[in-house]
Each structure stands twice: as structure tokens, then as C-alpha cells.
Design a protein around this ligand. Structure first.
Ligand SMILES: [Zn+2]
Length: 437
């Protein structure tokens, strides 16, 4: 039994990434998506490795796949390894290659899902199949889950699995999934590998201003549009105070040490200023945020409507939701109501856990020049829904990326792509971590 994946696993990860990209699983929201062909593809690859995948649907065609690999230590907690099967839409005319071609050109796999996150789905499949060929068994039970609907509400995906099929996740205490352990080039030659150990919560809000409808030529001090505009301006211009969660504190402390910066956490804004490009890993997660995104009011220029509506994208840090709510009450004022259109919890994962240490060690083994740092995601993933089962989520999709490869911009971006070498690195690191986790 080799202690590394064999050549076939490295070939398969590329083949599977490309194949999965060619299966168009565009999620347009509102239930407009079919993950079933991708779910069947993943299930077939697992079955070939001797596993017994369950295909689960809340809605026809919205397929989730769950399988369990029995570990060697029955007393150990199980680990969830999950990836979503759906992708966001792509406009072919904007792309250099067709977004659903899965084309491999000059050592790079192109297409929607190449980084978000059919790459990880393929890495999971390649590792599990390599183990079946080599007779490898992990210490912990692993629960492998491929989900539907992550790019919309997750109601047909991880939310459905967590609420309706908790038994499949029996014993799982931790999980790993997207957005972590990729190469972040800091512009001065250093390579950072941020591992996600937390997520901000999601607060998508609907604001409704009410007033007195009437003729546009008359005096009206109860104009709903004016009231809404005033509230939206207050919200958009609000300066949220610094709120450092344990993960963000750990990130800032490690980055300050790495760069030899003496500024303490008490002056985190000054510290961020001194971090240079690496500040991008932290700056969106040192405070809550609210961005107005949609407005809807009126139907004729000389008619004052009785109601005006706006939508804002809010995000709150772990431990800061109460402050978020009271601040919104104050900023909207007495004439504007606000409500959650969609709310999901903030997550916080420890960076002093054995699991975090294992992820860190696996990255450092294959990228000895890299510096692993924790970070908090500004947005959210399926880990939010799985947290309902008491599962602590980490973002760990290892990829070694060349300088100039703007990974973050490729999420939901044009010309999404992933280097073959990055996938090979990912398989090696994931294999090492999962064997020893
Ligand atoms: Zn994703």
C-alpha cells in the first residue's frame, strides 16, 4: 500500500472535473436546476469503488448523493466531506471557451464549476477510488455528500439532508468543503494558504416604507419613496464597528507575526492597513456589513405610491447578530419596516482543534514554502445547514495556484478554470489529510 495516491488518481481528478463541468447543472434559483445527471455520475463513480451511495431528492431531479466509508477506529467521530453539484449561470458569449465544454487547454481545465466546486467533487471521487484500489481505510468514518441547490436556498440540498435525513450523518462532528487551502500570493513572493474556520451569517432583508399615496403635484410629507430613500442612505453609509471573532483574531495575529507588524489587535484597522494585499483575507470579516442592492417603488411619475420596497444584503459575524438587529431597527426608523427574506447562522470553528492541525500539516507537507493561516469567509456555504446537526465546518479545498491566477475572481466569474497541477496537489493533500484525520 503506497502512502500516496497513484497515477490513476491524478488522471481521474482531471477527467472527473472535466466530465462534471460538461454536465450542465446551472442553478438559476426558484427551483430551476437539475442536478440528477451529475448526481448519477458521482454515485456511479462511488459504486465502482465498492461504496453504496444513497440518492436523495426532496424535489424531482434535485439529486443529493450520500455515502459512508467505515473507518478503522469505531470510537472516533465521523467526518463529513461535502461538495455541491450545482453551479451558477454562465453566458457563453462572454467566455474564451464554452463554459460547459470542460475543455483542457495548456494544462488548464476550463468551465463553470472548475473552482466552484466540481474540482473538489472530483478530488473527493479520485481519492476515494484510489483508496479502494489500494485498500486504504481512514481512521474516522467519512460521510461523503454531494449536494444540490447550494447556489440558491439549499432547501433541496443540504437543508433537506440535515432536516430530513440526519441519520445519514450519525456521528459526524466536523465537516470540510469549499473555499480554503488555496494559494494566496501576497505580491511580495510569499504564499499563504488560508483555511476557512468560520463564516459570517446571512441576513437578506426586505425593507418596506409606507406613506400616504397621492398626486405628485401636492404637498406630501409622508412620501414612501422619500422615507425609503432616507433609510437606505443611512444603512448604506453606516460605519459598522470592529468586532473581532476568535477566527479573525487568530488570522490577524498570525499575519502580523508573519509580516513582523507590531500593531496590536486593539487597533485592527491600522493593522489591516499595514498588511498590504494580505488584508484582503480579513478586511471583509472584521465587522458586520449591509449593502443595499435592489429598489422597487412607484408606477407613474405623477403618482406618489403608498409603499416603497428595497432589498439589502446583510452579513453578520458570529456573536454580533443582536447588534445587527438593533442597528437595523435604529437605521430604518419608525416609518420603514424590515424583515428577513433569508437568514442563515454565522459559523465559528476552532483553530486549535486536531482537525485544523491535520489540515495544516497536510498542506505544509506538499507546500513547504507556504504559510497556513486561518480565515473567516465573508459569505456562506452548505456548512451553515450542516451546522444544524452539530457539525463544525471548515473550508478546505486544497489547490496550489500559480502567481497571477486570480482564484477569488473566478468564483461565479467569466473564464472560470483550474490548472491540472492544482488538481493534482489537491488530491495529494486531501488524501493525506483524510487518511490521518
Ligand atoms: Zn460553491
Amino acid at each position: 500500500m503506497a502512502d500516496q495516491p497513484e497515477r490513476q488518481a491524478l488522471d481521474e481528478v482531471v477527467e472527473f472535473t472535466s466530465d462534471l463541468i460538461r454536465i450542465d447543472t446551472t442553478n438559476r434559483g426558484g427551483g430551476d436546476c437539475q442536478e440528477r445527471p451529475a448526481g448519477e455520475y458521482a454515485a456511479a463513480r462511488l459504486a465502482e469503488a465498492g461504496l453504496e451511495p444513497n440518492l436523495l431528492e426532496r424535489t424531482k431531479g434535485r439529486t443529493n448523493v450520500v455515502a459512508r466509508i467505515e473507518g478503522t477506529d469505531p470510537s472516533a467521530d465521523a467526518l463529513l466531506v461535502h461538495g455541491h453539484l450545482d453551479v451558477v449561470p454562465a453566458e457563453a458569449r462572454d467566455w474564451s471557451v464554452h463554459p460547459f465544454s470542460g475543455e483542457i487547454r495548456d494544462g488548464v481545465v476550463w468551465g463553470r464549476g472548475a473552482v466552484d466546486m466540481k474540482n473538489m467533487d472530483a478530488m473527493i471521487l479520485a481519492v476515494v477510488r484510489d483508496w479502494a484500489r489500494q485498500g486504504v481505510r481512514p481512521r474516522r468514518d467519512l460521510v461523503i455528500a454531494f449536494t444540490a441547490d447550494e447556489e440558491a436556498s439549499a432547501e433541496d440540498g443540504s437543508g433537506f439532508l440535515a432536516d430530513e435525513h440526519p441519520a445519514l450523518f450519525e456521528g459526524c462532528t466536523e465537516g470540510i468543503s469549499e473555499s480554503g487551502a488555496f494559494t494566496f500570493h501576497d505580491g511580495s513572493g510569499r504564499e499563504l494558504y488560508p483555511i476557512a474556520a468560520g463564516e459570517r451569517g446571512t441576513a437578506w432583508l426586505k425593507l418596506t416604507a409606507r406613506g400616504r399615496a397621492g398626486h405628485g403635484s401636492k404637498v406630501n410629507r409622508e412620501n414612501a419613496v422619500t422615507r425609503l430613500a432616507a433609510a437606505i442612505t443611512r444603512i448604506g453609509e453606516h460605519e459598522w464597528p470592529l468586532r473581532l471573532t476568535p477566527t479573525v483574531r487568530a488570522a490577524l495575529t498570525e499575519l502580523a507575526a508573519l509580516y513582523g507588524i507590531e500593531t496590536g489587535l486593539a487597533d485592527a484597522d491600522a493593522l489591516l492597513d499595514k498588511l498590504g494585499p494580505a488584508a484582503a483575507l480579513v478586511e471583509a470579516t472584521v465587522r458586520n456589513s449591509v449593502n443595499p442592492t435592489m429598489l422597487d417603488a412607484g408606477y407613474k411619475i405623477n403618482v406618489i405610491p403608498g409603499e416603497a420596497v428595497a432589498y439589502v444584503d446583510g452579513r453578520f459575524l458570529a456573536g454580533a447578530e443582536g447588534e445587527f438587529r438593533t442597528t437595523l431597527d435604529r437605521l430604518t426608523g419608525p416609518d420603514v419596516e424590515w424583515e428577513f427574506q433569508h437568514r442563515e447562522v454565522a459559523l465559528q470553528a476552532p483553530v486549535n482543534s486536531a482537525t485544523y492541525a491535520g489540515m495544516r500539516a497536510a498542506v505544509e507537507e506538499f507546500a513547504p514554502e507556504g504559510h497556513v493561516v486561518p480565515y473567516c469567509m465573508s459569505g456562506g456555504t452548505d456548512a451553515k445547514q450542516f451546522s444544524r446537526l452539530g457539525i463544525t465546518g471548515y473550508g478546505f479545498t486544497p489547490l496550489k495556484l500559480p502567481e497571477g491566477f486570480d482564484y477569488q475572481a473566478l468564483f461565479h466569474g467569466v473564464d472560470e478554470r483550474v490548472p491540472v497541477e492544482a488538481l493534482h496537489f489537491g488530491v495529494r493533500v486531501l488524501d493525506r489529510f483524510l487518511r490521518t484525520a
